[in-house]
Ligand binder design. Structure first.
Ligand code: ADP
Ligand code: MG
Length: 551
């Protein structure tokens, strides 16, 4: 029990680090069980992993804090923050995540029992064990921190606020299809962040307020009636002068696929779960993708129906991202001119006159965006300040004016006049690819332990680096680990056997995660992970340079 652990730690004081292996295993404390999964072999090795299990009685959490998966996810986020605060200054590290409330392996609640996973840098003096410090950490600090997350000491109203916030966001997201909306931005929302490197809300921001004509009223389970801007399905164009808040709006919308903590400002900025941010990303690889919608035969005669490149241009990379998002089932695309390639977005009348269609392999999104909606049911939100071309294809036009939205659809329609519909093209059906497991085997040979991540930048499968910096809806470093593990899982057990499409394989994996939680991905993996969306798993796979597709 815990007393034996305390004695053992005192006894190994001054020994070499290998003696720390004697604390591996389970230790019973009055209110919890501690499992030391793996003690580090030396002071410079990755920290040790420990797990705290608090039984439902000891945890003493009222059932409304965990009786649905969403409530459990919300309460886990709340408890992780309290736990980390109580442990601060000690040798423990807890993955609490950012303002997005994700399903993560570091904190889980099942039937009222709480499991917390953390890293511990086992203390030493040089290469010798500091048994006293280890005893203080494990048998004093840790039990105090556990007490801080038990029902008798937590701030119940604060915990219930997190549960209610998540429940409202989830309910709102589920309402969007019936309301015919892509996204909802509540009145009073705070969209801008303090800075480009902070996720804190800007304290001096002007709160959001929907224009009368696009205001939608919804009834939420906890907050009751809420009014906000409803962005309808179809094509919505966001216009406005520079610095008037266009990119800030679309950035908030792209993150609206996640739920946010109370106080974030974006609690009720909610976007359909299948929305995907699209951008240009020159230099990325593209593997056997049918780009025919955007790209006809190239000057060198190369076909574009089975397109490969190790170094895509801005326009091809953006076209590829659109086709890839559709391939795995997205029906809502978000595009900001700031990060788009102009030549895939538009071609103006003068250029159409000068370079006739048979000499121009590129079809701009402008000519395809109506067909995306009418033939594929795919909606688009496009931010544009510099060109009026999109006004003619928009169902709705929102102008950002000093951070406030106004609807200018009527005026835009008058200015745009009738569009020359002979420019409209049909977006052909997207061909579903069947990736092969060898894509992943080539990198890691099936071992989940060989998955790593570097911040928000790189997912590593063995030595193979996947550059994910520009996959903008990856927002939490733990998601990158989740993406790597999801790819490893796809490489196992014949999920990608050449008969399944990528979408089918991802749907199967998502179902398994929905049933078993993050542990569906974590088998044998020692670190922290957050469950990623399948769109980001696909996006990472699409950037894997060893990707192989079945014929
Ligand atoms: P645009 O894309 O239209 O050029 P941005 O969205 O980049 O404009 O916003 C320009 C600046 O205005 C940013 O620094 C942003 O943080 C700030 N900003 C955006 N929305 C608000 C707001 N509601 N209140 C205060 N500042 C804002
Ligand atoms: Mg902008």
């Amino acid at each position: 029990d815990s007393e034996e652990l305390a004695e053992l730690l005192e006894r190994i004081d001054g020994d070499g680090y290998p003696a720390y292996r004697r604390i591996e295993g389970r230790w019973v404390f009055p209110h919890f069980t501690l499992t030391v999964r793996r003690a580090q072999p030396d002071p410079y090795a990755p920290p040790s992993r420990v797990e705290v299990q608090i039984g439902d009685r000891s945890a003493g959490l009222p059932s409304d804090l965990w009786d649905t998966p969403d409530a459990a996810r919300a309460t886990s986020a709340h408890l992780l923050r309290r736990f980390a605060a109580a442990l601060s200054g000690g040798p423990f590290t807890v993955d609490v995540g950012g303002p997005e409330i994700l399903d993560r392996s570091s904190g889980r609640i099942l039937d009222g029992a709480v499991t917390l996973c953390l890293a511990l840098a086992l203390p030493g003096r040089g290469r010798r064990i500091d048994g006293r410090a280890a005893r203080r950490a494990l048998t004093d600090l840790l039990p105090t921190a556990v007490d801080a997350v038990r029902g008798e000491s937590i701030d119940l109203p604060a915990a219930r606020r997190v549960v209610a916030t998540v429940a409202d966001a989830v309910a709102l997201r589920e309402m969007l299809p019936e309301l015919g909306l892509i996204a909802f931005v509540a009145d009073g929302a705070i969209l801008p962040r303090r800075s480009g490197v902070s996720e804190e809300p800007m304290s001096t921001a002007l709160p959001f307020r929907a224009p009368e004509s696009m205001a939608v009223r919804v009834r939420l389970p906890y907050r009751g009636e809420v009014t906000g801007l409803g962005i309808p399905e179809g094509v919505t164009v966001v216009v406005g002068g520079g610095f008037h808040g266009k990119s800030t709006l679309v950035r908030a919308i792209e993150r609206g696929v996640y739920d946010h903590l109370p106080g974030d400002g974006r609690e009720l900025v909610v976007t359909r779960a299948d929305a995907v941010k699209i951008r240009a990303e020159d230099g990325r690889s593209v593997t056997r993708l049918d780009l025919g919608a955007f790209l006809s035969t190239l000057p060198n005669g190369a076909t574009t129906a089975d397109f490969c490149t190790a170094d895509a241009s801005g326009s091809t990379s953006q076209a590829a991202s659109i086709v890839e998002a559709l391939e795995v089932g997205s029906r809502a695309l978000l595009i900001d001119e700031d990060t788009a390639a102009t030549n895939i977005m538009i071609r103006d009348a003068r250029m159409r006159a000068l370079v006739s269609a048979e000499h121009e392999p590129l079809t701009p999104l402008l000519d395809l965006i109506r067909s995306l909606w009418t033939d594929h049911g795919t909606s688009t939100i496009v931010v544009t300040g510099g060109t009026g071309d999109y006004l003619a294809v928009a169902d709705h036009v929102v102008m950002m004016d000093a951070y406030q939205p106004r609807e200018v659809t009527e005026r835009a329609r008058l200015l745009a006049g009738d569009r020359a519909t002979e420019d409209d093209r049909i977006f052909p059906p997207v061909r579903a690819r069947r990736p092969l497991a060898e894509s992943i085997d080539a990198a890691i040979g099936g071992g989940r332990r060989r998955v790593r991540a570097r911040g928000l930048d790189v997912v590593l499968l063995g030595e193979e680096e996947i550059d994910v910096r520009l996959i903008e809806q990856l927002v939490d470093p733990a998601q990158l680990v989740g993406v790597g593990l999801a790819l490893a899982a796809l490489g196992e057990r014949g999920r990608l056997d050449g008969t399944r499409t990528l979408r089918e394989a991802l749907t199967g994996l998502a179902a398994e995660i929905a049933e078993r939680g993050p542990s569906a991905l974590a088998a044998g993996f020692p670190g922290d992970l957050a469950v990623p969306r399948m769109f980001e798993v696909a996006a990472a796979l699409n950037r894997l340079r060893t990707l192989r597709i079945a014929d």
